[in-house]
Design a protein around this ligand. Structure first.
Ligand code: ADP
Ligand code: MG
Length: 355
């Protein structure tokens, strides 16, 4: 990374016995779309609040480029902010809401008027300038909140679950819009969500938090395909987990046993001692007629999802495994009780570490 726009060093925040932040180190690149992802209570809001200046960490420091801002009040950091419950000023029109940060900064009236128009156009809300917030839908209110946060051209925009109060379809639309806006403006986004699909679809990089600690970070595809721990493999998408023991190796391909089932795991750069548990994505499993793949199984349950079909199969020794197949391509029509066989490519299993 070139010089980061924002750095968090060794941040600690305790609430009684709870470590809301437990020695967090984070660098954010200029112009990046960075997402903090984790379950409820993992410390996402605490980290964003420390970056925003609403709380001060017990230990550690925060730098904006080369300026230390650990103790600086929020207004001196100049970050744009959008939060969950659309916190528009209820007694101001849309126009006045968007103008507010510029008025606080004492910008000339002509500049304010021009900039408000520009920002409302950015979020396609020009025609609503004279409405009051309560006359807008949830999605429209969030658009206005976004326009307000961008009005003073902040270098960094902080967003805490901005779409979580919206219904699914609208959320998906706004995800596209937010991403497009990010790419168009080049502003650094630090985005908090507990929604894995949202994180995967929008981010340049995802940081996964658990109990106030960073578990793993990387580009969406990297995290999805190479989760280091069972927590990441399970939180980001779905996974099957198989406990294995290694009985031999050749060129980074390990012969593994799992309760009598035998298969190979391609894991170059790994040593046999590091392979005790593997994650296997449901979409990497193949479902076929009995005898065509290497493990016999029986269909237990089928769930039709439109574009995909999720099938729980049981194998005598391995137990239940989740298979996800495109509905337009299944060679067989799975139904409960049907004998099948299952298989996967040897690079489909990802060895996990225990921590
Ligand atoms: P997230 O945003 O990931 O859901 P938070 O950062 O809000 O998580 O909280 C992290 C942990 O810190 C949780 O266990 C939460 O209960 C605790 N916590 C957060 N803020 C406070 C507070 N003001 N007082 C006491 N505990 C808090
Ligand atoms: Mg939160």
């Amino acid at each position: 990374m070139t010089t980061p726009i924002l750095s968090v060093r060794n941040a600690v925040k305790r609430y009684g016995q709870v470590h809301a932040l437990d020695h967090v180190d984070l660098d954010v690149a200029d112009g990046e779309f960075l997402t903090l992802l984790g379950p409820s209570g993992s410390g996402k809001t605490t980290l964003l609040s420390a970056i925003a200046g609403f709380i001060r960490p017990d230990e550690g420091s925060i730098h904006l480029r080369d300026r230390e801002i650990t103790a600086a009040p929020p207004e001196q950091r100049d970050f744009g902010m959008v939060f969950q419950g659309y916190a528009l000023f209820p007694t101001m029109t849309v126009r006045d809401n968007v103008a507010f940060p510029l008025k606080v900064r004492r910008r000339p009236a002509a500049e304010i008027a021009a900039r408000v128009t520009e920002c409302l156009a950015l979020v396609q809300m020009e025609q609503y300038a004279d409405r009051m917030p309560q006359q807008l839908s949830g999605g429209q209110q969030q658009r206005v909140a976004l326009a307000r946060a961008l009005s003073f051209k902040p270098q960094v925009l902080l967003l805490d679950e901005p779409l979580s109060a919206l219904d699914k379809k609208l959320r998906a639309d706004l995800q596209w819009e937010l991403k497009a806006l990010h790419d168009q403006l080049g502003v650094t986004f630090i985005y908090v969500t507990h929604d894995q699909d949202e994180a995967l679809s929008m981010s340049d990089r995802i940081v996964i938090l658990r109990d106030g600690k960073i578990q793993q970070q990387g580009a969406p595809g990297e995290l999805y395909n190479r989760p280091r721990t069972a927590f990441v493999a399970d939180f980001l998408g779905k996974s099957n987990f198989i406990d294995v023991s290694v009985s031999g190796e050749a060129d980074g391909v390990f012969h593994c046993q799992a309760k009598g089932a035998q298969f190979e795991v391609d894991a170059k750069g790994t040593s046999a001692s590091q392979i005790s548990r593997v994650a296997l994505r449901p979409e990497r499993l193949r479902l076929a007629e009995p005898g065509q793949e290497f493990l016999p199984a029986t269909v237990k349950q089928v769930s039709y999802l439109g574009e995909r079909c999720q099938v729980i199969v049981t194998h005598d020794q391995l137990g239940e495994l989740l298979v996800s197949c495109p509905t337009w391509k299944t060679g067989i029509t799975p139904r409960a009780g049907l004998p099948v066989s299952i298989g996967w490519d040897r690079d489909a299993c990802v060895p996990l570490s225990n921590d």
